[in-house]
Write a protein of this length. Structure first.
Length: 266
């Protein structure tokens, strides 16, 4: 049986051209190339930027096989292989000259007055008001009340996601080898009426973050999972914690997190 590799690409011309070239080279190397996720797929390749990479993992429902990205976007923090280095990548993959990085997801258990559902995030879960108004959120950690937050909302990020929206909002960059959660406030209000924390908070992987909306103007909350918006009405409770589910990122053997941070951000 042939070894199967699944390739996912966004619709940009550069990405499609890269996909066509990569497919030909993989077929010549003896692989079967597919667009869909086959049960025998051994590797998923995402072509595009960081958004495409996240979408690929969500679309394929967090596959257990390794995922690697080829960057045809702008930042390219997840997809760290250049289209110019396809030959080097195929050679390294055949020789098993690469690293596998296990990434823990965070899980959001969202309960409304009618039902509960679980959503998983690679980078972050954002809780904010549906309208351009101050949102009020009761924050608890491990059943201990922390504060009644007022502001635009909160970002709860993984270490991998610490370089994304979290970083743009003033949160800290966290070494991706650590297993934790970071909560960063979005425009917190600090007045005589409202007293809110203004810096990010680091929680252990065993912590459970509990967010209870306080509805004053409308009964809907916007929850953003890895950049995708989900609007829910009458949310009674949101519990966020580190999931048991992990994804495997394939990295080239010379990959080093802080070198990557320095290259892309500093």
């Amino acid at each position: 049986m042939k070894r199967i590799i699944t390739i996912s690409s966004n619709g940009l011309l550069k990405s499609l051209e890269t996909k066509e070239l990569l497919s030909k080279k993989l077929i010549n190397a003896g692989f079967e190339v597919r667009d869909d996720f086959h049960p025998d797929t051994e590797l998923v390749i995402s072509i595009g930027g960081d958004g495409s990479f996240l979408k690929t993992i969500h679309d394929f429902e967090f596959p257990e096989v390794p995922v690697v990205g080829i960057n045809t976007g702008h930042l390219g923090f997840f997809p760290d292989i250049s289209p110019d280095n396809i030959d080097d990548f195929i050679e390294a993959y055949l020789k098993k000259d690469y690293l596998i990085q296990d990434i823990s997801l965070i899980q959001a258990n969202i309960c409304t007055n009618k039902h509960c559902l679980d959503i998983f995030a690679i980078n972050e879960v954002v809780v904010k008001g549906d309208k351009s108004r101050t949102t009020h959120l009761n924050l608890k950690v491990n059943d201990t009340h922390i504060q009644n937050f007022s502001g635009d909302g909160m970002i709860i990020s993984t270490p991998t996601g610490s370089t994304a929206y979290n970083y743009a909002a003033g949160g800290s960059i966290v070494d991706s080898s650590l297993n934790l959660m970071q909560l960063t406030p979005l425009y917190p209000i600090n007045t005589n009426a409202y007293r809110c924390f203004t810096s990010s908070i680091i929680f252990s992987s065993e912590s459970i973050i509990n967010i209870i909306p306080e509805y004053r103007f409308e009964d809907s909350i916007l929850i953003v999972i890895d950049g995708v918006e989900h609007k829910y009405s009458q949310i009674s409770d949101i519990k966020i914690f580190v999931s048991d589910i992990k994804i495997k990122l394939l990295r080239m053997s010379n990959y080093e997190f802080w070198s990557r941070v320095s290259e892309k951000f500093l």
